[in-house]
Design a protein around this ligand. Structure first.
Ligand code: SF4
Ligand code: SF4
Ligand code: SF4
Length: 391
């Protein structure tokens, strides 16, 4: 017998008793007693299931892919508890293939699949159900429920671990610059003290020494901007401004006021927006500018990307003493920005160079150098190989 059939046979009160004794908490950003949350819901409130709107990683969708019936049964149980047949499952906009794949099965459960974020204003009177809570409801009725939270640590598969599992036992902090967990960035020292329960979207990623914290912040903000529905001014405009400033900083055009402005806008977004996209999206930027201020300072004031990732701070040049004029670099350059003739020292036009590094790989003389320091004296006209003098 499925979990929903068991629930129907037991009846609403007995099901609530079971849930209460299992101590079910709602999953996601607002962790509260499930039965209390249910009491606050209006009678016959439609059930809107999904991830947090802010969950742009979507790691928890793996639960749905693995066992859709478990989630669908849980949604039906929630519907039985609120007293409604109006059941919806919201999937991120880009997950149209998943929606199509599950559409037929969902229909047999009376569940409508919608590819969109949950419109919190429209759903004010709806009962919001995280898909993990739906899975837990199913498990409780099946008698297979276990304490724990789902974690996707680095490239490992999604797994359920005890909530008090130390993050340091899930990932290696060696060579870590920062740790991205939930919607936050932590220093490695902070992360070592955190537990699995702190990763509300399941994802734990280590930002290593060769990764740039400003670039990582930019990537997160770009994902949030794409997810934003644009109805709240602070979410829409705030994300555009935050993304713009991080982009300028990584492109060596950062201004001294950008970290402060990032803080101001980020704090305002947290209190002036309707759903988790606006409320959570600035957290990484707030953390990055506050906890990794030195990295921002290096980009803005010292013209340097400490991780060597932001190519605008690096130069690529041909070492005039080492170049033999073979022309191999010219042949592979996709930007067509290397000038030269056979047996002449080749020259890179940095204006068009994308710093792809293909010429470095092609040069057998190791004559092409990438540096974040100053450029040495270089020829400014085509010069025969071996004839260039530094002075
Ligand atoms: S916070 Fe952003 S995504 Fe959420 S309702 Fe407002 S504009 Fe839309
Ligand atoms: S830089 Fe290297 S690949 Fe290019 S012409 Fe000189 S020796 Fe050849
Ligand atoms: S780094 Fe790429 S774009 Fe720049 S000169 Fe070399 S091959 Fe061309």
């Amino acid at each position: 017998m499925g979990a929903y059939a068991t629930a129907k046979e037991l009846g609403r009160e007995a099901v609530l008793e079971k849930i209460k004794s299992a101590g079910l908490m709602t999953y996601g950003l607002r962790r509260e007693d499930f039965c209390e949350a249910l009491k606050q819901a209006e009678e016959a409130a439609p059930v809107d299931a999904g991830l947090n709107n802010a969950d742009t990683d979507g790691a928890l969708l793996e639960l749905l892919r693995e066992n859709p019936g478990r989630i669908f049964e849980g949604i039906r149980i929630a519907g039985m508890l609120t007293g409604t047949e109006a059941l919806s499952l919201y999937l991120p906009e880009k997950e149209t293939a998943l929606a199509e794949e599950l559409g037929g099965t969902a229909e047999t459960y009376g569940i409508e699949i919608i590819n969109d974020i949950i419109d919190v204003r429209k759903s004010e009177r709806h009962f919001l159900l995280h898909i993990v809570t739906a899975a837990e409801l199913s498990d409780i009725l099946e008698g297979t429920s276990e304490e724990g939270v789902y974690i996707k640590a680095e490239d490992k598969p999604l797994e359920k671990v005890r909530s008090d599992t130390k993050v340091s036992s899930l990932i290696s902090l060696e060579g870590a610059r920062a740790v991205s967990m939930g919607y936050h960035f932590f220093t490695p020292e902070e992360a070592a003290d955190k537990t699995a329960a702190d990763a509300v979207n399941a994802v734990i990623k280590v930002i290593r020494e060769d990764q740039c914290i400003v670039r990582e912040t930019l990537d997160k903000l770009s994902a949030f901007r794409r997810a934003s529905c644009g109805k709240c001014v602070f979410c829409r405009e705030g994300l555009i401004q935050l993304e713009y400033m991080q982009k300028e900083i990584t492109a060596a055009r950062g201004k001294a006021e950008y970290p402060g402005l990032t803080q101001e806008i980020g704090e305002a977004m947290g209190i002036s927006t309707l759903c988790s996209v606006g409320q959570e999206s600035a957290k990484a930027a707030l953390d990055a500018t506050a906890k990794f201020a030195g990295e921002y300072e290096a980009h803005i004031k010292k013209n340097k990307c400490p991780a060597g990732v932001c190519t605008s701070f690096s130069h690529i040049y041909v070492d005039p003493q080492a170049c033999t004029g073979c022309g191999d670099c010219m042949d592979v350059c996709p930007a067509d920005c290397i000038e030269g003739r056979p047996k002449y020292i080749h020259m890179i036009d940095e204006f068009d160079c994308t710093k792809c590094g293909k010429c470095i790989e092609a040069c057998e003389e190791d004559a092409i150098v990438k540096t974040s320091g100053k450029l040495p004296k270089l020829p400014n006209i085509l010069t025969k190989a071996g004839r260039f003098r530094k002075h």
